[in-house]
Every structure is written in C-alpha cells, then in structure tokens.
Design a binder for this molecule. Structure first.
Ligand SMILES: Nc1ncnc2c1ncn2[C@@H]1O[C@H](COP(=O)(O)OP(=O)(O)O)[C@@H](O)[C@H]1O
Ligand SMILES: [Mg+2]
Length: 433
C-alpha cells in the first residue's frame, strides 16, 4: 500500500515509524514531516492544513491510504474531500470531528447519550455566562467552544477569575470565533487519564490506557502545554475501569453519532477525570494524543497499517490488539521559552550517541536540517521514548538517554511518571508485581 501521513510532529514520527514496520507498506510519504520523519518516510513540503494540495498529491501519487495526525485538517473536512474524490483517509468526517472542534457540541452529545461529564451550560451571550457563573459559584471552568490550540480552557478559583475569562474569550475574542460561544462547567477533581479507541463507525476496539503530563514544570506546576511526557500502562485504569469506560463512554458516543447519521471513523480520544474509580469526560479529541501516540505505538505489536485500513473499511469486528507487556515512557525535550514563543535553529547535540539504542526511540517533534546540521524547529523538539519491565525501569532508561542530548536552552520535566511510580512502589512494598 502507498501511504501518506499528514502532520509533522512527534505523533506523526511515531505513526511513520510504526507504519514502516508493516510488511504491507509500499511507499510512505509525510506532509510536511520533519528531520526525524525523513529517516523513515519521504517528506513532502505541503502544510497539514492545505487540503487542496494534499488532495492533489494523493491523486498524483495514487495514495491508497492517508493517515491524518492533527485535528485541524479533520475539522476542516479532509476526510470528506478525499472521500468525494474516491480516496481513503483515516480519521472522522468534519461532522464527526465536531466532537473536538466544538466543545458545546461534545457536551450536548454527552448529555444526550447519558455519558457522565461535569454539569455545564453553553452560552453565546457573555452576560448570560456571567449570570450562570454567579449562580453556580467557584471553582468553575470556562472553555472556548472552538479550537484554541490548547489555550482556551480557564480553571477559575474565583467568580472574578471566571468573569475575566468570559470577558477575554467572548468580548475581547482572544481566540477569535473560537470564543463566540463558551462552555461553563463544574470543576472536577481526580486523576486525569487518556483513553483512546479505534472506531470503524460501529465497532470499537480499545487502545492501551495512558497518562500524560500537561504542565510545563515538575510537580504539575506552571503553564499548560501540549504535553511534556506520557506513559503507558497506568495503574489507575484497571481492567474493570477499562470496561466501564468502554460501556459508559466510548460505545454510547459512537452509537449516538451513528444514529444521527454522522458515524465516527478513526481514533476517538476521551480525556477523562477519574474520581473514586468513576470516569467523567473532560473532552474528546478526534485523533491520537501527542505524546500519548509515542508510548502507545512503541508498545503496539499488531500491524498498524492493517489496523488503520480495517478501521477505514468498517472491518474492526473481531479485532483484538497485541501489546508489548512492557511499560513505555516518553520524555518531551522542549525549546527555551516553550510553551510561549521560542527561538528556532539551535543545533542539537548527542543524538548520534543513541543511534543503536535497543530499548527505545527518539521521536522528532520539531526539528529540521540546517546546513547539514540537526537544529530545533519548534516548541516541543524531541520525544525520548523508552521501554522497560516496569514504569520505574522505563523511566530510568528514558532519562539515561535524555542525558546524552543537549542544546542551548533545552528543558524537560524530571518527574514524568511520578504518579504511576508512587503506585508501583507502594505495590512493591505489599509484595505485588
Ligand atoms: N471540568 C474540569 N475540571 C477540572 N479540570 C478540568 C476540567 N476541564 C478541563 N480541565 C483541565 O484543563 C485541561 C484542558 O481542558 P480540555 O477540556 O482537555 O481542553 P483542551 O485540551 O482543548 O485545552 C484538562 O486537561 C484538565 O487538566
Ligand atoms: Mg485536552
């Protein structure tokens, strides 16, 4: 099969790396890709949201399957446009991608399908939103309805903070039209978990559970980021909780979308808050998480190309996935200033020392070749991903690899996996695995 991957981050490097292992793979292209992806796929200089150029390329190159990494081309209707041209693409249609593209749509569907989630209101008028906040009190969460690059959610400790958030989103339009409506919802406490499943429209197959670290600093402090690290599996998601999530969250949502004539095809990502062993949905994403994809694809033993093709063809029934029993941990190495503005073009040293690394892979998130040298080219630069018999062993292996790499201004968290490690060690004391 001739395959095109759309995107150019760590997730797309992991997708290309895993697709490359498939015996069914013919040619592999990635648009736009990055310096690491160039080692496993042919990079094509087309932006991930340039649907017209992507479609032309796929036609010209007779691409059999296009795999879409990021959310933007999905919400813009890449899959619909490819389907109209007779081309197959992995991911939801624009109508189904509203699950991520509109938080109001997602919340209303959750309510309609009786899926547990924080109680909420949706508002198009800032005065109504303010009145609601005064009624329910703080703490409260204010969210832009539309895509805001992971910056449209405000956790407000006071009513005044919530008023300020409403003002920024709705009156000052900090994120443009994404703030024409807001969701105001109950603040939930608990442990955050990422749960992903493949859906072919009717059949759903769970992927291994994982957790990520959103905050930039150790101890989950500082600004929110796209993700500073991830690990899988997680002790919080027991087999019992996994089946509860499938039955109470994933299946009802996929059924509801099918029933309203907009079936969901692709990977469905539920961001969950688990409290007292009960899951509640924080949000949906309509693609693989990043850096969750790096740890999941490192653990996946099944043929990814086969799985993605079956998903597109509505042939997931009877499918079960094979996983490496080892744990995987990904440490994100970020550029100075991230998650704010960053300077690009800093030369990266030390990767050559990891060339024959047996227990892990360095996925590139933001790199390019400049004058024959590997340099930084984004906020998140590398995702150092290691396998180990326990989370503890994987963490040790990953940080040993991180120690080999440096560039001016590089920063990363030193406590990735800390919650799982605490659980693992407690378990160990009780004589468990
Ligand atoms: N109702 C809530 N209660 C507590 N924390 C929340 C709530 N909703 C969101 N959060 C926190 O804010 C983060 C971002 O919110 P999310 O809904 O995932 O939006 P996005 O990823 O689009 O920015 C979550 O990962 C979570 O840590
Ligand atoms: Mg999120």
């Amino acid at each position: 099969m001739r395959v095109l991957v759309v995107g150019g981050g760590g997730r797309e490097h992991a997708l290309c790396w895993k697709l490359r292992q498939s015996p069914r793979l013919g040619a592999l292209y990635c648009a736009p890709g990055n310096a690491g992806i160039a080692g496993v796929a042919e990079c094509v200089p087309v932006a991930a949201d340039d649907l017209a150029k992507l479609l032309r390329f796929a036609k010209e190159q007779a691409i059999d399957l296009t795999v879409v990494g990021p959310e933007l081309p999905l919400t813009m209707g890449l899959v619909d446009r490819f389907a109209a041209a007779g081309l197959r693409a992995f991911g939801p249609t624009a109508a189904a991608a509203r699950l991520e593209g509109s938080k109001a749509f997602a919340k209303e569907l959750l309510r309609h399908a009786h899926v547990p989630t924080a109680f909420f209101g949706v508002f198009a008028d800032p005065d109504d939103a303010t009145r609601y906040v005064n009624e329910v009190g703080a703490p409260v969460v204010v969210k832009a309805d539309g895509l805001a690059g992971g910056k449209g959610v405000f956790i407000c400790r006071t009513v005044a903070e919530a008023d300020e958030a409403i003002d920024e989103l709705m009156r000052r339009r900090l994120f443009g039209d994404a703030g024409s409506r807001v969701v105001v919802e109950e603040f939930l406490e608990g442990d955050e978990v990422s749960f992903m499943a493949l859906s072919d429209g009717t059949t759903v197959v769970p992927l291994a559970p994982s957790q990520d670290h959103k905050r930039v600093l150790d101890g989950d402090q500082g600004a929110n980021t796209g993700g500073m690290g991830a690990y899988s599996p997680t002790p919080i998601v027991t087999p019992a909780l996994e089946s509860e999530i499938m039955q109470q969250v994933i299946e009802p949502i996929v059924q509801a979308l099918a029933k309203q004539g907009t079936p969901y095809t692709g990977v469905l990502y539920a961001g969950l808050m688990v409290h007292d062993g009960r899951p509640k949905v924080l949000e949906f994403n309509v693609r693989f998480g990043d850096p969750e994809a790096e740890v999941l694809l490192s653990r996946l033993r099944s043929d990814l190309l086969d799985l993605l093709a079956r998903t597109c063809e509505g042939r997931l029934a009877g499918e079960t996935l094979e996983w490496d029993p080892r744990a995987a941990v990904c440490i994100v190495l970020a550029a100075e200033g991230y998650p704010g503005a960053v300077e690009r073009g800093r030369p990266i040293d030390g990767l050559e020392r990891l060339a024959g690394w047996a227990n892990g892979t360095v996925f590139h998130a933001g790199t390019r070749i400049d004058d024959g040298r590997l340099v930084t080219d984004g906020g998140r630069v590398l995702g150092v991903t290691a396998l180990g018999d326990t989370i503890d062993a994987a963490v040790t292996e990953a940080y040993a690899a991180v120690d080999q790499i440096r560039w001016p201004g590089m920063h990363f968290r030193r406590d990735i996996g800390h919650r799982a490690l605490a659980a693992e060690r407690k378990d160990g004391q009780h004589g468990g695995a």
